[in-house]
Design a protein around this ligand. Structure first.
Ligand code: HEM
Length: 225
């Protein structure tokens, strides 16, 4: 095989590896943090289940078309991604020209790292920045969307290298969370508080695994449908 062909095969391999890693880990990490936050904030969990009960009831499962009505659930996921952005360091951008950032001279061609975790906890933008308050995305920050328009909130990064899976990732995360909360009551094994310590790495994983007990909330026929 010629060098050029090898390079093409290698690029394809990298592309699919990126796509698979980018898709699976980020979504499961986001959902794990969202569930952990909810288990430590049972009032928020109950409120989300109430919203699901109002819009879906107990006779059927959640459908994709329900998601647009679940504004509180959307706010929960936004707030979970604010506190725990799956990729806390956005590493892809290079400065195209000389610039000054906070008084520091940055020459053209410098690889820039955005610390999304830190940006998302800036106290000049977010009141009580380390608290889990989904309501902020329905009130003070209701105009903050996930697609990188607000540089204060970029869970999928921003600009040309924004996550290409933003719509799909959000849809899957919302539908999975809605289905879990609608179909099951969630508890921790000994009613303990979930350990929220973060591990090290490019992905913001939990330091310890999350253990959840699920018990059905609906009649058996709904799950079998
Ligand atoms: C909740 C789910 C997700 C979150 C929070 C997320 C977040 C991110 C972030 C922050 C980046 C930019 C990383 C950087 O700047 O270094 C990124 C890149 C990427 N994401 Fe996602 N993502 C999610 C789901 C997905 C899904 C479902 C797919 C594919 C179907 C996907 C595919 C990718 C790919 C291929 C890149 C690299 C883009 C590039 O190199 O230009 N992601 N993602």
């Amino acid at each position: 095989m010629k060098l050029a062909s090898l390079q093409i095969v290698y690029n394809f391999f990298l592309f699919f590896q990126n796509l698979i890693l980018g898709a699976t880990d980020t979504t499961s990490v986001t959902l794990t943090w969202a569930l952990s936050l909810l288990l430590n904030h049972r009032n928020v969990l109950k409120k989300a289940q109430k919203e699901l009960h109002i819009h879906i009831g107990s006779k059927r499962q959640v459908k994709e078309s329900d998601l647009k009505n679940l504004v509180y659930l959307q706010a929960i996921l936004k707030e979970a991604m604010r506190l725990y952005p799956a990729g806390p360091l956005s590493v892809r951008q290079k400065s195209r020209e000389d610039c000054t950032i906070s008084g520091y001279h940055v020459p053209a061609g410098t690889r820039l790292l955005f610390n999304l975790w830190k940006i998302h906890r800036d106290p000049s933008v977010w009141s009580e920045p380390c608290e889990f308050r989904p309501e902020r995305f329905l009130t003070t920050h209701k105009d903050f969307y996930v697609r990188g328009h607000n540089f204060e909130y970029m869970p999928f990064s921003s600009g040309r290298r924004i996550c290409p899976g933003v719509s799909f990732g959000l849809q899957v995360a919302q539908l999975t969370l809605a289905s879990l909360l609608h179909g099951f009551d969630l508890e921790t094994p000994f009613d303990e508080t979930v350990d929220m310590r973060e591990g090290m790495g490019l992905m913001i994983n939990k330091l310890s695994p999350l253990h959840v007990l699920l018990s059905p909330r609906l009649s058996a026929s709904v799950y079998g449908a």
